[in-house]
Design a protein around this ligand. Structure first.
Ligand code: PGA
Ligand code: ZN
Length: 422
């Protein structure tokens, strides 16, 4: 049973306030839940509650922390910590809004994750194993950012994430080894091109490019420089995050100072998939462009993973709707988009039922929390996305995967985890 619920303000990887909840059980075990924060958010996501006003540019979370102490804690105390579904339902009812705006999606996800961790701690199990009692799970295939862009890099390039997938790796650890070499070689190529201006929000190299294609060419060059074969050993994954520069079927490419309609953007991306070893594209069209997303999926979905993030916002209903519209073949799973662990799990199940692949994902504003590695493993999601290969809010997660793999001898999901691949 839950004895105590503590809430506090902590700081995320961008140095901004965020929420942490600590659930203490009567047996003395405890669980910590930390809320991450996105920068390129879908409009249907659970809403973050922040103070507004002048402190920390309005981003403080004092009201959020107070709400947890005043309203959420009394509802949780005395409850069975294992009753995740019942507790999450109580949180949703207590908030009472469709988008969790009153108490805040950040308050709810931190609480919900703290309850989950506390339940695993009380059972004396690592979180992944608490979620997978029969252990029939695999370490996820990582998608790792090499160049940041879009909202994470002052919109220096239009595309948000230029990532690699080590599809030739036989283990999680080997996938990280291959990525480390590609990341280092990409940095050397950037340094040779001129002023190297550090890294973007998720640790990827700052995108000093004049065309999106230049980033793709440099990425292929980095894979080759690392002595790896593009396509068969290491492939490319992109997050276009098109909702950031497109609405109503019009897409404004800042780099080229040019507007494309949905068909033209679609054609451009199809051409990229033919020219470059691309195995996955996320949010190729904007969240309001379902026709475009369905057309793109029809065009490449048999050979490329098409991932819905802003469009699906980790919602089981949205996933079922997408499946009936034929849009996407994979779902990004971000717990704080849904707002509770139970709803996150339901979105993952809806994806599985629709035959869609799943990728558990961090946010651009992260913390040292490694819970998503356990969710991806314990839920057997198949894939994991946590940003780049630098900065410890990212490396903490990759390193946790190494520990789980070595301690438990779990298999590696590998390229079979990709939708329509392998
Ligand atoms: P965000 O973006 O965390 O900044 O919202 C991540 C993504 O689009 O996948
Ligand atoms: Zn995304």
């Amino acid at each position: 049973r839950i004895r105590q619920v503590l809430a506090r303000r902590i700081w995320d990887s961008r140095g901004r306030p965020t929420v942490e909840v600590e659930v203490v059980n009567e047996d003395g075990t405890r669980g910590l839940g930390l809320a991450p924060a996105g920068a390129s958010r879908g409009t249907r996501e659970a809403v973050e509650l922040r103070d507004g006003g002048d402190r920390f540019k309005g981003l403080d979370v004092r009201r959020t922390v107070e709400g947890i102490a005043r309203e959420i804690a009394p509802v949780l105390i005395g409850r069975e910590v294992e009753d995740q579904a019942g507790i999450d339902a109580a949180l949703i009812a207590l908030d009472g809004t469709p988008n969790k705006a009153r108490l805040g999606g950040n308050a709810l996800i931190a609480t919900s994750l703290a309850v989950l961790h506390a339940a695993a701690a009380s059972a004396g199990l690592p979180l992944w194993r608490y979620l997978a009692p029969d252990r029939a799970v695999a370490l996820p295939l990582p998608q790792i950012q090499i160049f940041g862009g879009g909202a994470h890099a002052g919109r220096r390039v239009d595309v948000q994430d230029f990532m690699v997938i080590a599809n030739g790796a036989a283990s999680f650890e080997r996938a990280l080894e291959m990525t480390a070499e590609v990341y280092r070689c990409a940095g050397e190529l950037m340094a040779a091109r001129g002023p190297l201006a550090g890294v973007a929000d998720e640790g990827g190299w700052w995108p000093a490019f004049s065309r999106n294609e230049e980033a793709l060419d440099t990425l292929v060059g980095a894979i080759e420089k690392a002595g790896l074969v593009p396509g068969s050993e290491v492939s490319i994954a992109l997050d276009i995050a098109a909702s950031e520069f497109g609405r109503g079927g019009r897409y404004r490419l800042a780099l080229e100072n040019r507007e494309l309609d949905s068909d033209a953007l679609c054609e451009r991306l199809v051409r990229w998939t033919e020219r470059y070893p691309i195995v996955s594209i996320e949010d190729p069209l904007a969240e309001d462009d379902e026709q475009g997303l369905a057309a793109f999926t029809r065009a490449v979905g048999h050979r490329v993973q098409v991932v819905g993030d802003d469009y699906l916002v980790t919602s089981a209903d949205r996933v079922r709707h997408a499946a009936s519209a034929g849009a996407c073949n994979a779902v990004l799973i971000k717990p704080n988009q849904a707002g509770t662990v139970t709803e996150t799990r339901a979105a993952l199940q809806a994806a599985r039922d629709a035959g869609y692949a799943t990728i558990v994902s961090a946010r651009s504003g992260e913390t040292e929390d490694v819970a998503i590695v356990h969710l991806a493993t314990g839920w057997n999601a198949g894939q994991l996305k946590v940003g780049s290969f630098a900065r410890s809010e990212r490396m903490a997660k990759w390193n946790e995967g190494i520990r789980i793999e070595q301690r438990e001898g779990l298999p590696f999901a590998g390229p079979r985890a990709l939708a329509r691949m392998g």
